[in-house]
Design a binder for this molecule. Structure first.
Ligand code: MF3
Ligand code: CO
Ligand code: CO
Length: 269
């Protein structure tokens, strides 16, 4: 095993050490476990604020830290994005209704390492159109992850995601992207969920980042509401998102945010 490879690339991307993977895996597992535990609470008649209260409680109970509370003034332990909300939905008094689909996004800090992950949930019975959107979004993420290995480029990841979503006549959001993370929440590079093969920075062993595609049934354009957080589809079409935190290994990648319960994709089952 090499002594050290710690450095920053010309694009400003930090290269972490072998030993750092364990810290990320612990943080990622913690976030994923909380997303497992919230699943049974998601049903019609519950408020998104109640789900966030539960998540906050789980974070406190574990003695870890929420990365989002206090982040740029954000006051909540999760983002909960319902139906046409693309991302950064603020938990509150909103009641879930039968057939609503929602993304819950949690980021925790464990021993200084950030674990960032999100999944889709449904209140009640999943409508068929929403099911297709959710399936395509999950598969788009997994295809992006499958492109991760040393020597590939960030454009390869974006292309894998975009080409799959568009082949299914859905669109990829351009206004938000994945990000480097590690001992910080958001670091270079911007991980675009669209792109051309062979473009962008070259992946190297020891890079840590998220992939978190947002896919819409309609057009890709978004707008941010007056609360300065909530991003919605301009055409009000349904939107879905899945997010994993990953680290590049010698042969591919390690997913830090795998569900301990095996419930990442169809969290509601
Ligand atoms: N977890 C989100 C991400 O995937 C960021 C949320 S920032 C917040 O990058 F302030 F809105 F919570
Ligand atoms: Co993220
Ligand atoms: Co996130």
């Amino acid at each position: 095993m090499e002594e050290t490879r710690a450095r920053i690339t010309r694009e400003g991307i930090r290269i972490y050490e072998d030993a750092d993977f364990a810290g990320m895996a612990k943080a990622g597992r913690c976030a994923a476990e909380i997303l497992d535990l919230v699943a049974p609470l998601v049903k019609p008649g519950v408020t998104t604020g109640a789900l966030d209260d539960f998540i906050r409680g789980e974070i406190e109970r574990r003695g870890v830290t929420s990365a989002t509370i206090g982040y740029k003034g954000y006051q909540h332990a999760s983002c909960i994005s319902v139906n046409h909300v693309v991302c950064h939905g603020i938990p509150g008094a909103k009641l879930l209704a039968e057939g609503d689909i929602l993304n819950i996004d949690v980021t925790v800090i464990v021993d200084g390492w950030y674990g960032d992950t999100s999944r889709m949930y449904v209140a009640g019975t999943l409508p068929r159109k929403a099911e297709r959107l959710i399936e395509v979004t999950h598969e788009a993420l997994m295809r992006g992850i499958a492109a991760v290995k040393p020597g590939a480029t960030f454009g390869d990841i974006g292309h894998a995601i975009q080409s799959y979503a568009e082949a299914n006549r859905m669109s990829v959001v351009r206004d938000f992207c994945g990000h480097g993370l590690g001992r910080v929440f958001h670091a270079p590079p911007n991980v675009l969920h669209y792109g051309r093969p062979g473009t962008g920075p070259v992946l190297e062993e020891g890079m840590f980042f998220t992939i978190e595609p947002m896919v819409n049934l309609g057009r890709p354009e978004t707008k941010v509401l007056a609360d300065d957080w909530t991003a919605v589809t301009r055409d009000k079409s349904l939107s879905a998102q899945y997010e994993h935190s990953v680290g590049v290994t010698a042969t591919g990648c390690e997913i830090f945010t795998l569900s301990p319960a095996g419930k990442f994709f169809r969290t509601w089952e």
